[in-house]
Design a protein around this ligand. Structure first.
Ligand SMILES: [Zn+2]
Ligand SMILES: [Zn+2]
Length: 329
């Protein structure tokens, strides 16, 4: 009995974990930011603002209800899958020993560096490298048909709530898990090789201070109906909630824009930046017939069917090419 209770409790542990975006503390702060935005920027009364934030049509929409079910299913899957995933430590160790094996750059060449500087540099590099590889992975998810068939699940949401961050196909979870392990493992390996034991993270509640800053400033509002915008200059540096909402928009001019996670600089640098627009009503989701927003078997199984279809198309193309270019004798 206690075992079942523990399992149920661990399904919801993300809400008590400051390393997760949906940690209750971050959700509470997001609520404060959303209400303050509606009162001071949109000139609503407190009552109206609260009514707008807790809009039943958003939180109880068929799409949102599907999100809640997906949350439970994905958490259950994660409980079984995560122990077999590639670990950050494994990658870090492999890179560390690989670097030791080369003779160009000596180990611990900068081990005498001021500790505060090393910790600051390490925390910043971890944050930047993680954010950059998230950007690249996300961009590829939209570019490559195989990956898009998986990522489409996230975009099938027709209303956005903080729980929508969990609306991802388990395969996307695995891909992002590998990405995180590779990126963070590489940074850890290189830093320990160059700086020695002084390497550490600046943390708040056990989280990289920069990630913490991202969450306390309303990262949860990216998946919400509160269209908080920043000044245009700031939207070149940080992705505002409205900019991520725009990434979910069905309008053609918003396709392939704002892939960034926390920073907008990657989008700016690689030409995919789109600033938020004044009072623009956005419609979220996919084109009709593209993927279901609510049907769970469709959400979980269609990506496999899509991938099989892409595979068959490729094989057919290859066959056609081979027949055309067959050596004649
Ligand atoms: Zn996307
Ligand atoms: Zn999203």
């Amino acid at each position: 009995m206690t075992e079942i209770f523990d399992t149920v409790l661990s399904l919801f542990s993300d809400f008590a974990d400051p390393r997760k975006r949906v940690f209750v503390g971050y959700l509470a702060l997001s609520l404060v930011i959303a209400v303050a935005w509606l009162i001071f920027m949109r000139r609503n009364s407190l009552r109206r603002s609260l009514g707008r934030v807790f809009d039943r049509r958003v939180f109880w929409s068929p799409s949102a209800r599907a999100d809640y079910k997906i949350y439970i299913i994905n958490r259950l899957i994660t409980l079984f899958i995560s122990p077999v995933l590639l670990t950050q430590l494994g990658i870090a160790t492999a890179i560390y020993f690989f670097l030791h094996g080369q003779e160009i750059f000596p180990a611990r060449a900068f081990s005498g560096t001021n500790t505060a500087l090393v910790v600051g540099l390490f925390s910043l590099t971890m944050f930047l490298a993680d954010d950059l590889t998230k950007y690249l992975m996300h961009r590829w998810m939209h570019k490559w048909p195989w990956l898009w068939s998986i990522h489409k699940v996230h975009h099938s949401a027709e209303t956005l709530t903080p729980v929508t961050v969990y609306r991802v196909h388990p395969l996307e979870g695995v891909i992002y898990g590998f990405r995180a392990a590779l990126t963070q493992g590489a940074v850890i390996g290189v830093f320990f090789f160059v700086f020695g034991d002084a390497v550490d993270l600046y943390t708040v509640l056990g989280v990289n201070a920069l990630v913490f800053a991202f969450h306390v400033t309303g990262s949860n509002l990216r998946h919400s109906h509160i269209d908080i915008r920043y000044w245009p200059w700031l939207e070149h540096i940080l992705i505002s909630p409205c900019q991520h909402q725009l990434h979910h928009s069905i309008a053609q001019e918003h396709y392939d824009k704002n892939f960034g996670a926390a920073l907008a600089v990657w989008d700016w640098l690689f030409g995919s930046l789109h600033l938020s627009e004044n009072d623009r009503e956005l419609k979220f989701g996919l084109l009709p017939g593209d993927a279901s927003a609510t049907n769970l078997p469709d959400i979980y199984l269609r990506p496999f069917a899509d991938m099989y279809r892409i595979f068959r198309r490729r094989v057919k193309k290859l066959r056609g090419w081979l027949t055309q270019n067959a050596p004649s004798n």
